[in-house]
Write a protein that binds this ligand. Structure first.
Ligand code: NAD
Length: 473
């Protein structure tokens, strides 16, 4: 069995300070397939010190040098695409057919690289030079659900901005981040510019977030952990970007193409086994149209092919681990207990699967705003369908959430759709299932987060702003 025992600090693979190890369980087979070393606060100290030492020279590299470095990272990454796909299939159960998990990071890397070609690091306000420079040493903390993409976006924007970093992946998905560190090493990133510490969030993530020599924390994960990160980071007034949970609503106006809205909702909501932060998990449908829309929802949900993530035909893998499987089951049971009507799926594994953390794609109707499954992020393939009587009620239902990550509107009239979109309190709205892109900002309102990633807004999270007076133009 492979043991992933080393941490990447100051350009070298080193043993962790602690002898603590964890097991990696393949969620499709429930078998342990690897063990992993875990770092602690002493390793964080070493990594932060290396990042601090590397900062002075890396933050003053030319934009051209950083563009060339990102190009080399893209090449080294693309050469290992198939291996990345296999690794995340084994460590978190993402089907190899879900190509965006592996190809997405390349798109983000190219956007960051191209932005550097035109981004004005110095501008003028009156006769003052306003200069944007690297924010410093960054702590990059990522979740397991999009393990490569989330970490790659953080890392590439940090590099683009001339920052140095310490990465910490989720406990469930260390191997893909080890590979990412190997990729940047191969691309010739100078020692200390990128470091990797594996380990627990409550130990390593916490130590990174409170470390006095870390200038910025870019965190993606649950609202629970994000609040803890924000709390300890505040003690040294470090900046944070928090990308947190969601419970996004899809408002289907009466004039919408109902079949399109239904099929899209199921695909967007249930892909990645529903473990995506922007998943539309509350579908808000006119009460007169529920009967018409339901067969499309059920039909689309029944099309998923559940099974071995390494098999090319599989379109839905298992939940990431036992805890996540049990949490999803608990929410389905709670939906039943609180009186929601089960329209599709339900408790337990699908009938033809006898091992692995597989969950049935599940649809509830008769959901009301008081119910737990309306309010809480389930992070599994579970849809709550809620009905409304008029448009005002639909908007109120959509906004009735502590979260504000994504929002969706379906209508045949762009004017009506836009009017609803403008009233949704969420950071990213899509009309009639329009695809999002890597250039525009992504982030949440309310308890879905602080700050934005991607594009110019994402780059600027990694930059400090300085005003310089008295210099000639
Ligand atoms: P999580 O909060 O359990 O863990 C995320 C990361 O934080 C992991 O690396 C973990 O080890 C670390 N961590 C945990 N406790 C910590 C602490 N006290 N201090 C510092 N770090 C700590 O989340 P998860 O289960 O890995 O991911 C799922 C969550 O992520 C969902 O809520 C999902 O909505 C959210 N998410 C949000 C976005 C977004 O862009 N808004 C994207 C992907 C996932």
């Amino acid at each position: 069995m492979t043991h992933y025992g080393k941490l990447y600090i100051d350009g070298a693979w080193v043993e962790p300070s602690s002898s603590d190890t964890g097991e990696l369980v393949n969620p499709a087979t429930e078998e342990v397939f690897a063990t992993v070393g875990r770092g602690n606060e002493h390793d964080v100290d070493k990594a932060v010190a290396a990042a601090r030492r590397a900062l002075e020279s890396f933050s003053t590299t030319s934009v051209e040098d950083r563009i060339a470095l990102i190009d080399r990272i893209i090449d080294a990454y693309e050469a290992r695409s198939d291996e990345f796909a296999e690794v995340i299939a084994r460590e978190v159960g993402v089907p190899v057919s879900f190509k965006a998990q592996v190809s997405g990071p390349v798109g983000h890397m190219k956007v960051a690289r191209d932005l550097l070609k035109t981004y004005p690091f110095e501008t003028r306000v009156g006769d003052t030079i306003v200069r944007r420079e690297s924010i410093g040493v960054c702590a990059l903390i990522a979740p397991w659900n999009w393990p490569i993409q989330t970490m790659a976006i953080k890392l590439i924007y940090a590099i683009a901005a001339g920052c140095t970093s310490v990465m910490k992946p989720a406990e469930a998905s260390p191997i893909s981040s080890i590979m990412l560190a190997e990729v940047v090493h191969e691309a010739g990133v100078p020692p200390g510019v990128v470091n990797l510490i594996l380990g627990k969030g409550s130990v390593v993530g916490d130590a990174m977030s409170r470390h006095p020599d870390v200038d910025f924390v870019s965190f993606t994960g649950s609202t629970r952990a994000g609040a803890l990160v924000g709390e300890v980071a505040a003690r040294t007034i470090k900046r944070v970007c928090l990308e947190l949970g969601g419970k996004s609503a899809n408002v289907v106006l009466p004039d919408a193409d109902l079949e399109k809205a239904a099929r899209w909702n199921i695909q967007r909501g249930f892909s990645n086994t529903g473990q995506s932060c922007h998943a539309p998990t509350r579908m808000i449908v006119h009460e007169s149209q529920l009967d018409e829309i339901l067969p499309f929802l059920k039909d689309e949900a029944s099309r998923f092919v559940l099974g071995d993530p390494l098999h090319g035909a599989t379109t839905m893998g298992p939940a990431v681990n036992k805890a996540q499987y049990e949490s999803i089951q608990h929410y389905i049971q709670t939906g039943l207990d609180e009186g929601a009507e089960l329209a599709h799926g339900g408790l337990g594994r699908p009938a033809d699967i006898n091992r692995g953390f597989f969950v049935q794609p599940t649809i509830f109707t008769g959901v009301t705003p008081e119910m737990t499954i309306f309010k809480e992020e389930i992070f599994g393939p579970v849809l709550a369908v809620v009905t409304y009587n008029d448009e005002e009620e639909a908007i109120n239902l959509a906004n009735d959430s502590i979260f504000g990550l994504g929002g969706y509107v379906f209508s045949s009239d762009p004017r009506k759709g836009r009017a609803v979109a403008n009233r949704l309190r969420a950071g990213r709205i899509s009309y009639n299932g329009a695809a999002t892109n890597s250039i525009s900002p992504m982030g949440g309102y309310k308890q879905s987060g602080i700050g934005r990633s991607m594009g110019i807004f994402g780059l600027e999270e990694y930059l400090e702003v300085k005003s310089e007076y008295g210099f000639e133009a």
